[in-house]
Ligand binder design. Sequence first.
Ligand code: SF4
Length: 323
Amino acid sequence: MSQELLDVQGLKTYFPIKGGVIRKTVGYVHAVEDVSLTIGEQETFALVGESGCGKSTTGRSILRLIEPTAGQVRFDGQDLCALDAEAMRKKRRDMQLIFQDPYASLNPRMTMRKLLEEPLRTHFTQPQKEIDERVHWIADAVGFSRDQLDRYPHQFSGGQRQRISIARALITGPRFVVADEPVSALDVSIQAQVLNLLMQLQQELKLSYLFISHDLNVVRHISTRVAVMYLGRIVESGDTEAVYCHPMHPYTQALLSAIPRRDPSEPKTRIHLEGDVPSPANPPKGCAFHDRCAQCMKICSEEAPAPRVMPDGRRVACHLFDG
Ligand code: SF4
């Protein structure tokens, strides 16, 4: 990994469950449970897992768009959880989010020019001339001409709207971007264009990405390291190619077995998981995956496995790899 930019340790995000007439807290949804990860300068680190596994909540908790319940998030050596609201607001110019849905995330009453000016006015005090120069610069960078700046979102295609969302995220000059399912609302034919744009901008602007996706092929294409999440926890993380070629955790093996083969002559066995993902409001004792794991042992329902570092550097949380 290149020089470290983001260091997350023991991140937990719980949401209270209210019940009864007086709306008392009767429990908690454990959306993110003890997540630790690091992301280097100009690295793309992916979070992958099924819908509802806590990927998006992890990304938003890192940015403190959702307040974490516990844990530490250090960005460029600074503890973000210790910042007050005003200091965190200023820090957000360095840390931005690209939303999944370019249809919902753009105000339909604002032209592209106004949409791009808005983050600059929120984070900086600049003369109009500098704002204009910055807007023209980012419009060029994401492939729009000047005469498109005065159009409204409905006058653009889905791929173009996502390029506007990317431009809005990058116009403040961030170093770190959480890209939350940035291509999943787009046609497959447009996805590659947007992914290539993200990779090109990463090189040009020296960006680090936390790339969140349920699409295993997209993650393999774009990331250098990957973490697999299940029920709010990271169960396996490491170099993307190593994890994809030789998954070690039984859940990673099942997840990756669903990817179509590149070469149809390759032997491949799809692992079908029994049962449903347990509720994060009532996570099982021990390993969260034990109800569905074909290799479950007695200890698995009693003790949660701690992540172990494997000889190739990846981390796996599974009792199969204990001592
Ligand atoms: Fe399966 Fe046990 Fe490993 Fe959990 S800890 S994945 S139940 S073998």
